[in-house]
Design a protein around this ligand. Structure first.
Ligand code: ATP
Ligand code: MG
Length: 320
């Protein structure tokens, strides 16, 4: 029984310890950290009190044990995660450029994660489901795309809503097939949660506001929640616009902030909070996420988030 369901890459991640460190010469990496965008998302949704489940595939190895133990300890249902004997658990390496950008080396499609397909999307996953969350980074090969289509079909049949975070990683989105799947998901989602760079992927030549206005012409899209990094986030639907400034923190590691933001936002609206409160809490969770090195290490419980918000000023701007 899970109100929030997702699927996709369950990974461990190795994080460069020095800014400016590159992949073409030796350097120090810290890890393995439990990771994978949908894993970070679902872990945070569960830590925020939602019932949450993930489907995916890991190897019969210590990396697989590590990620599954972390999710299970935090209350995520992992009953629909398969373990595969002949492929290792997926991995990601991340390095940080001096300009704030990041470079990734992924081993997803050739790992156990690459075996996820439509058959891995069990009807059991959807018992009690209200939101299916699809991440663009989870559309990494034909099997994963078929899993996404199967999940969306089940969600639709059962009346669950679909949220979509494109989470574009240029390292993963080169093929026309992946690009088609990203567009397809954009066209069926009820709630769209891009970052500003994700918007540019879909419409490179149009400004963010104009793209969102065009997207909201599709009546079944309820709202867009735009993640703006250190600038905060914005909720936009056909009636209103709510901007919430980010909480001021010193960023240690930006990876995972967006996934953590989305996990918090969905958990909040699943328990009936209005968009504005969900946005404030999701901003706080994103800010807490960047304070810790490692993709999932800055995830937070409801109580931790309450403590973080208490005593900090919240800046909200509403307009029509
Ligand atoms: P990623 O895909 O790398 O996980 P994203 O681009 O999807 O991230 P961001 O906009 O980077 O998402 O981060 C999500 C949210 O986390 C932001 O909207 C903001 O509320 C919070 N956040 C991120 N970076 C910072 C920061 N440096 N300071 C304060 N809050 C931040
Ligand atoms: Mg993201």
């Amino acid at each position: 029984m899970a109100e929030i369901v997702t699927f996709g890459e369950l990974l461990v991640e190795f994080v460069a310890t020095q800014i400016g460190q590159t992949f073409d010469s030796a350097g120090t990496f810290e890890g393995p950290f439990a990771s994978g965008a949908p894993a970070i998302f679902v872990d945070q949704a569960a830590r925020q009190g939602a019932t949450a489940a993930i489907a995916g595939c890991v190897g019969q190895d210590a990396f697989g044990d590590a990620i599954l133990r972390r999710l299970a300890d935090n209350g995520v249902s992992i009953a629909c995660v398969a373990r595969c004997a002949d492929r290792p658990t997926g991995t990601a390496f991340v390095a940080y450029r001096a300009d704030g950008g990041r470079q990734f080396v992924f081993n997803i499609a050739q790992s156990a994660a690459g075996l996820l397909d439509a058959e891995g999307i069990s009807p059991d996953l959807f018992e009690g489901c209200r939101w299916l969350h699809i991440m663009g980074s989870s559309l990494y090969n034909k099997g994963a795309i078929s899993a996404a289509r199967a999940a969306a079909e089940q969600a639709r049949r059962l009346g669950c809503k679909i949220s979509f975070d494109p989470n574009i990683r240029p390292e993963l989105t080169g093929s026309p097939e992946v690009q088609r799947a990203l567009w397809e998901t954009l066209e069926i989602c009820d709630l769209f949660l891009p970052s500003e760079s994700d918007l540019r992927f879909f419409h490179p030549a149009v400004t963010g506001d104009e793209v969102i206005r065009m997207m909201l012409e599709r009546q079944s899209l309820e709202a867009v929640v735009l993640k703006r990094g250190a600038a905060g986030s914005t909720y936009i639907n056909r009636e209103q616009r709510i901007e919430v400034r980010a909480f001021e923190v010193t960023e240690v590691d930006p990876t995972g902030a967006g996934d953590c933001f989305c996990g918090t936002y969905l958990a909040c609206i699943a328990r009936g909070l209005p968009a504005e409160q969900a946005l404030v809490r999701a901003n706080a969770a994103g800010a807490m996420a960047v304070l810790k090195r490692g993709p999932m290490e800055g995830n937070s419980s409801r109580e931790e988030l309450d403590r973080f918000i208490a005593g900090r000023s919240v800046a909200v701007r509403r307009s029509l």
